[in-house]
Design a protein around this ligand. Sequence first.
Ligand code: COA
Length: 209
Amino acid sequence: MALTSKPLSSDTWPAFARLVEKHNGIFGGCWCISFHLEPGEGKRGAAAYRAMKKARVRKGQAHAALVFDGPDAVGWCQFGSPAELPNIRSKKTYDEGLRKLPDWRITCFFIDRERRGEGIASLALREALRYIAQLGGGTVEAYPEDYTGEKTSNSFLCSGTLGMFEKSGFRKTRKIAMRRWVVTRRVPPKRRSTPRANYGPSIHQRPLA
Ligand SMILES: CC(C)(COP(=O)(O)OP(=O)(O)OC[C@H]1O[C@@H](n2cnc3c(N)ncnc32)[C@H](O)[C@@H]1OP(=O)(O)O)[C@@H](O)C(=O)NCCC(=O)NCCS
């Protein structure tokens, strides 16, 4: 079956929630909220994080490209403005070397554990960039890990791999931890042809034959 992508929204919340619940809340109850939180806002339970995430989705304050196989969400790539996603990893080192905030950040991926290694994260990244273009484009930053030529635990790679981003046109800007890089690219805006075309779903062939 062809994989499709849709933005995270109130319409796609039930599919997103099913994927999170299938994985016990992700990291035991994070609900993909941690990058949204300012320092001191953390340390709540899974039920509170679920409610916070749902409220953000309803208000349009949580963005992600969701990848679907039929009715089921099988993964996502989270993105948003620095105001929406203030809490990145290695933030102290990041802030020390910061010259200008980007327009957008890509902070986190999650792929159904039964569907890893099929190129779904790479597809979700491409779709996130497409949605960013539809939302006006601009400078995009991400914070992937460099495990080139090595295997590591999948849970270390929630911000993606350096290779994935370099293949999508990102360039290394600076290192903020032993294996963690700031990578950057510009995304040109994509003009809407019709109002419905903006931020709309698309259909893709499977990324791998
Ligand atoms: C890391 C993760 C996103 C990769 O998803 P995926 O769909 O299997 O990735 P893809 O098949 O698109 O592969 C993307 C790249 O990552 C590399 N990669 C994937 N898993 C890897 C691993 N464990 N070690 C090293 N590289 C890995 C692939 O080789 C590929 O590299 P390439 O582009 O050079 O070929 C997935 O394993 C995952 O969801 N992990 C859990 C993340 C998490 O805990 N998130 C919680 C939210 S904070």
